[in-house]
Design a protein around this ligand. Structure first.
Ligand code: FAD
Length: 374
């Protein structure tokens, strides 16, 4: 139906959300609007405000799990497009990218033009705007490393504002957009500063090994993108129906302080085979400068022998157990029942609580309490 007072914005009713997600799971949105302009976005927000509807801003749907009942409110699907160079000098360029651009399309363009800084973030699904929401990261890079500012629409005031890095509160898989300021802004565009000269970021063992095996010491930019895509493709099933819908990592990795690490060490010695304790020690040797130890949640899931574990039509991925797969027709209920089993098993054997990475959309408080119980 047309939204009141305009002809540009179409709002559909009971729109199935499944096709808009990489998990291929979820019921319908009560109302759904695809917005291509700021004006259409404002109209959609007005439509929701007048009816006191709950709002959900949808990008590429690659970091969400939608309830089987769908979403009882208005889903606004961001389709703002455009990429432009806003500044350029001998050392680099500043790009302004509309939120609805495909993130990997931005990376492909940058690599093609010889601009360094986001090549290690190749092949992450989703939109450029949403990339800020959890400060996407992979293979030793994060979007915050090249971020300059974002243009956002503040929902409450209707004002367009510019936010610099300090105001965005970036941290591991975190920004104000998924924490203190969640639900307050729609990201319209972002500015990234990319370099004309760069050096390959080979700090991740998989990436370094890829080039060592090929006898390459100084990979060129296109080779880096190729390498990242090849490595990711082996481990992370880029969502395609036949390989199982998914939302990438279903759990966040853990960063432990020294006392927390020692507690885990005791649990691991008591609960697991010596090889697991040895692997844990190797993680401790690679601790960060601030002393914190990164514990890949995949390591914990594997140690609990849950790789490949299946419940109903939901399965823990064999190659990268952080990923939960929809094996064809899985429900959100099946995925969350499997996730609860994993979290409870890891907690019982290690004392660690692992957190979900994707946002759960359209669930009631009671459902969330049940699925997230430890
Ligand atoms: C196979 C696979 C691999 C992945 N690998 C990685 C990885 O290596 N590293 C990583 O960090 N992530 C990874 N992800 C997760 C995901 O791709 C990213 O989080 C991505 O940035 C999500 O973008 P999206 O457009 O799909 O967002 P959506 O899933 O549509 O939305 C995610 C969140 O962002 C909000 N949002 C979306 N657009 C806007 C906007 N314009 N303004 C305000 N809020 C908005 C939504 O409301 C929601 O809260 C992976 C996912 C998959 C499926």
């Amino acid at each position: 139906m047309p939204a009141p007072g305009n002809t540009a914005l179409e709002i559909s009713i009971q729109e199935p959300l499944k096709p808009y997600t990489t998990f291929k799971i979820g019921g319908p949105a009560r109302y759904f609007a695809r917005v291509e302009t700021l004006e259409a976005l404002r109209q959609a927000l007005e439509f929701a405000a007048e009816r006191r509807l709950a709002l959900f801003i949808l990008g590429g749907g690659s970091n969400i799990l939608v309830s089987d009942h769908g979403f009882d409110g208005l889903v606004i699907h961001v389709a703002l497009r455009g990429i432009e160079v806003t500044a350029e000098n001998d050392t680099g360029v500043t790009l302004r990218i509309a939120a609805g651009e495909t993130w990997d399309g931005v990376v492909a363009l940058a690599v093609e033009r010889g601009w360094w800084g986001i090549e290690n973030l190749s092949h992450i699904p989703g939109q450029a705007g949403a990339a800020l929401v959890q400060n996407i990261g992979a293979y030793g890079a994060e979007i915050r490393d090249v971020f300059e500012s974002a243009e956002v629409l503040e929902i409450r005031s209707g004002q367009v504002k510019s936010l610099e890095a300090a105001a965005c509160g970036f941290a591991y898989r975190r920004s104000i957009f998924n924490s203190s300021g969640k639900g307050e802004y729609v990201i319209l565009s972002l500015k990234l500063r990319l370099a004309k000269q760069g050096q390959a970021n080979l700090q991740y063992p998989d990436v370094a090994a890829y080039f060592t095996q090929r006898g390459v010491t100084e990979p060129a930019l296109p080779q880096l993108r190729e390498a990242i895509i090849a490595i990711r493709d082996r481990k992370f099933p880029f969502p395609r129906e036949e390989r199982g819908g998914n939302a990438g990592s279903f759990f966040k990795n853990l960063w432990l302080t020294e006392p927390e690490y020692r507690q885990l060490e005791r649990a691991v010695r008591a609960q697991f085979a010596p090889e697991v304790a040895a692997k844990l020690e190797s993680l401790h040797r690679r601790r960060a400068k601030d002393g914190r130890v990164k514990i890949p949640t995949a390591f914990l899931i594997e140690a609990c022998e849950l790789k490949g574990y299946q419940m109903g039509r939901a399965q823990v991925n064999e190659t990268q157990p952080l990923v939960l797969l929809n094996r064809g027709g899985a429900s959100a209920h099946e995925v969350l029942t499997l996730a609860r089993h994993i979290r409870q098993t890891v907690y019982a054997r290690t004392g660690l609580m692992i957190e979900l990475e994707p946002e759960l959309v359209g669930f009631t408080r009671q459902e969330l309490d049940e699925y997230l119980a430890i």
